[in-house]
Design a protein around this ligand. Structure first.
Ligand code: ATP
Ligand code: MG
Ligand code: MG
Length: 385
């Protein structure tokens, strides 16, 4: 069977690897972590840095097609691989998503509404009318995820202090938007340009990290349609091949604002493992193999809850215990997914749980209650909202 390659072996790489293996492919994973979750399932694990020349040469020689699960992968490695192998998405697309300044400028140029933003690369960039962006969030242009590298600022003084805290690295200052809710749209675009968009997911965050996703989303059909259309517009104008996720803010008047994109399967799409005809990981395999996108239809309403290390009793200490999954496992339509990470840390993504039912809001309440039960058992009850 053909060998597929993936840069990154975290949980996304792991779920990709499982999908590819069950579809009859072999998989080579490049990841510097000897305990990378994907390594358990891969045919070959190249344990090296993302710019390690010997490892890249091996991948180029062995793999019929290569993808990524890690948005901060070295884009030059992807471009180098593309000289001899089919690489999707292209390194040029990943590069735009890696830099908030380029990303937001791209959205604006594509005619998609963004929050008012200011690119800050040098001190003189701050000599403008800052009231357009305050109160706001200062975000590092590169390497941020799960709300890391972000500071909320109300005044010019707070902004200057925050930028110094961030060591005057390139940033965007984004106006704080009044969010009604948040949604994401995940599109798969094939080599021949066909697109399939998964049902839009409604996403709730806790302390900067995705907490619960609900599908169908509690938004109007018009919001769903325009989110899906925006995702297709972005994928097509990038000439993108593969799975691409776009995050949006929904404002009080039901208008949509694009937040950011991820050039890969996305946490808010984990519900597709159990609730759509084809999963986002199978879509990635299809796209990189030149196949048309699979059917993205929702089979049943679903809610997903992320399982962070905080549900592990003793997380981050030497006597850390596995949670008692029996309540989750006793749900006939519940699907527990654990990533096999050796060390549970409080804010680390360890797994997720999908629950299908006849009503998305009912299963969303249920998954949150099951998670709260685990938090309480671990001695970390969540404060009431
Ligand atoms: P991810 O893990 O999704 O990559 P990230 O670190 O890249 O996260 P963002 O998606 O930019 O960060 O922001 C995280 C969350 O913070 C958003 O989902 C939203 O809840 C909130 N947020 C970010 N920017 C704004 C804004 N301009 N106005 C209001 N809320 C915001
Ligand atoms: Mg992000
Ligand atoms: Mg985000």
């Amino acid at each position: 069977p053909a060998m597929l390659g993936i840069l990154g072996g975290g949980q996304l790489g792991c779920m990709f690897t499982v999908a590819a293996k069950t579809m009859g492919y072999q998989v080579t994973v490049l990841d510097p972590d000897p305990n990378a979750p994907a390594a358990r399932f891969a045919d070959e694990h190249l344990c090296a840095a993302f710019d390690d020349q010997a490892a890249l040469e091996k991948m180029a020689a062995n793999c019929a097609a290569i993808t990524t699960e890690f948005e901060n992968v070295n884009a030059n490695s992807m471009k180098w691989l593309a000289q001899s192998t089919f690489v999707s998405p292209r390194g040029e697309c990943v590069e735009i998503a890696q830099d908030r300044i380029r990303e937001k400028t791209f959205f604006r140029d594509a005619g998609l509404p963004t929050a008012p933003f200011l690119a800050i690369e040098k001190a003189s960039d701050l000599e403008v009318d800052l009231s357009l962006y305050l109160p706001g969030i200062l975000k590092t242009a590169r390497m941020g995820y799960d709300g890391k590298g972000q500071v909320r600022v109300k005044t010019k003084e707070e902004l200057l202090t925050a930028w110094q805290q961030l060591k005057e690295t390139a940033c965007v200052l984004e106006k704080m938007m009044p969010l009604k809710t948040e949604v994401s749209a995940i599109v798969t675009r094939s080599v021949s340009g066909d697109c399939a968009v998964f049902p839009v997911s409604e996403n709730h965050h806790f302390e900067g990290i995705l907490d619960v996703s609900i599908v169908p989303a509690n938004v109007t059909d018009a919001v769903k349609t325009s989110a899906a259309a925006a995702a297709k517009t972005v994928a097509s104008s990038l000439g993108y091949v593969g799975v691409l996720a776009i995050e949006f803010f929904v404002l009080a008047d039901d208008s949509l604002v694009v937040n950011e994109m991820a050039p890969r399967p996305h946490n808010s799409g984990h519900y597709t493992l159990d609730a759509t005809t084809v999963s986002q990981f199978q879509q990635q395999v299809r796209a990189m193999c030149g196949l048309p996108p699979g059917d993205a239809t929702l089979l049943k309403p679903v809610a997903m809850v992320n399982l962070l290390g905080d549900v592990w009793p003793g997380a981050g200490t030497a006597d850390c215990k596995e949670p008692d999954w029996s309540s989750m496992m006793s749900e006939p339509s519940g699907f527990l997914h654990l990533y096999g990470k050796k060390e549970a840390r409080v804010a680390r993504k360890m797994g997720h749980y999908n629950l299908l039912g006849s009503n998305a809001n009912d299963v969303a309440a249920k998954v949150a209650a099951l998670r709260d039960e685990l938090l309480t058992a671990a001695g970390r009850p969540r404060p009431l909202a």
